[in-house]
Design a protein around this ligand. Structure first.
Ligand SMILES: Cc1cc2nc3c(=O)[nH]c(=O)nc-3n(C[C@H](O)[C@H](O)[C@H](O)COP(=O)(O)OP(=O)(O)OC[C@H]3O[C@@H](n4cnc5c(N)ncnc54)[C@H](O)[C@@H]3O)c2cc1C
Length: 402
């Protein structure tokens, strides 16, 4: 029986500590907040999208960094296992659009409750206990904490990433990893909004667009994501933008353009505009554009493509008509970078996974030291994939713990 310190009472920390206590280890959770699961509480807009019900192969396609490293853990504790685990703790779950799994109650607090009260009933919690430093001496780990010095046989670092630091995850785990001899891949925001340099941005704050495609060329690689997005004070956000951010957050050269009419080919769109013009010959261009775009966007669009929206439709030249059609499918947005790291739903980067055993999550550098969850250089897209990575790392660690 080992005396184990789990640093962090977040998703991965709660999961691993309950499992290790079941195996009769002496488990202490050291959490700097006054309670467990502050980040879990705000997941899924307070509803906690706790996993994504899909087969491991499909699952792994949604892991942006660390997919190969995570393969074994995802196979040994899949999303189906996760649902069974939570149902076994008394939490009823439901599956929504996109295979997203939520508690039936729609309350993230219920996820924390079953983890803390049912799963971790034999775990000793030390709240308001900020771990300040970790050293290893004579096979023991010495922790300097805000509650004094503590000694353990094994240490599990489950301190999370570096975003939403008000929840407690402020990057301390990276500092510990480095001091203990690990490499940390540079943490950058993922699943975050994007800044645009275009002068019109502020005018569109709050405007949302549905069924559009954001096209991207990042370091010469092209791709596009279809769905919803919205304008913010300084740029863009919403589901497709968050996903794009995770795919470009390390790219040096990024070009963005918006296809307002992805369901139509360029030719079909030109035909549609011709018909609209036919039906509105004596009206202003503004009238036609309002039928094609949300009103706020229509005005901005006309300015950006340099065609007067008050011009009569019958005065619009063929070349202007072509310009309109072209820009409706290729509206340039000037990328100005990512929002700050605190705004990322997750942090990309973290403890280098080459230095971690993917079956046990033990460090290959320091015996008895483990890293779980977001502190690792693993991140995934939205849909419950990030939490499942936390559950799976914790399960694999506990299952193979010696
Ligand atoms: C707004 C938001 C919504 C999200 N929604 C979803 C979702 O619906 N589905 C999904 O899959 N993912 C979601 N995520 C991502 C997911 O919440 C995280 O990936 C996950 O919580 C990470 O878990 P973790 O155990 O690694 O770390 P965390 O949950 O961040 O826990 C780390 C804990 O360690 C503690 N800690 C840190 N340093 C110290 C220290 N020095 N001493 C003591 N304690 C310390 C912290 O206080 C914290 O409690 C969301 C994230 C955010 C920000």
């Amino acid at each position: 029986m080992s005396r184990i310190a789990v640093i962090g009472a977040g998703a991965s920390g709660l999961m691993v500590s309950g499992l290790l206590a079941e195996k009769k280890h002496d488990v202490y959770v050291l959490e700097k907040n006054e309670k467990a699961g502050k980040k879990l509480y705000i997941t899924g807009k307070g509803r906690c999208n706790l996993t994504n019900l899909c087969l491991p192969d499909e699952f792994l396609k949604n892991v942006v960094r660390g997919g190969k490293f995570m393969t074994s853990a995802i196979y040994s504790f899949s999303s189906e296992d996760c649902i069974n685990f939570f149902e076994g703790l008394g939490l009823k779950t439901k599956v929504e659009r996109g295979n997203r799994v939520f508690p039936e109650s729609d309350k993230a607090s219920d996820v924390i409750k079953v983890l803390k009260e049912n799963h971790c009933k034999d775990v000793k919690f030390m709240f308001n206990c900020d771990v300040l430093s970790i050293t290893k001496q004579n096979e023991k780990f010495l922790l300097n904490t805000s509650n004094g010095k503590l000694e353990f046989d094994k240490i599990i670092i489950a301190t999370g990433g570096k975003s939403y630091k008000a929840t407690g995850s402020d990057g301390a785990g990276y500092k510990f990893a480095k001091i203990l001899g690990h490499t940390v891949e540079m943490p950058v925001p993922a699943l975050c909004p994007l800044i645009l340099k275009d002068s019109f941005v502020g005018n569109l704050q709050g405007v949302s667009l549905k069924n559009v495609q954001l096209n991207v060329v990042a370091n010469g690689k092209k791709f596009g994501l279809f769905g919803e997005m919205l304008f913010t004070d300084k740029g863009i956000s919403g589901p497709i933008v968050l996903s794009v951010s995770s795919l470009i957050n390390r790219a040096k050269d990024v070009k963005l353009s918006l296809d307002f009419k992805p369901a139509l080919s360029q030719e079909q769109l030109e035909q549609r505009i011709l018909r609209d013009f036919e039906n509105a010959k004596n009206k202003n261009l503004k009238f036609v554009l309002n039928g094609l775009l949300p009103k706020a966007v229509a005005s901005v669009f006309a300015v950006a493509v340099k065609i007067d929206e008050n011009k009569k439709v019958h005065d619009i030249t063929k070349s202007e008509r072509k310009t309109l059609a072209y820009n409706l499918k290729n509206f340039k947005l000037e990328f100005g970078g990512l929002y700050g790291i605190d705004t990322g739903i997750v942090t990309s980067g973290g403890v280098n996974v080459k230095e971690i055993n993917p079956k046990t999550f033990e460090s290959k550098i320091v015996n008895g030291l483990y890293f779980l969850g977001e502190v690792l250089d693993v991140d995934a897209l939205t849909g419950g994939f990030n939490l499942q990575c936390c559950w799976s790392t914790a399960y694999a660690c506990a299952e193979n713990f010696e």
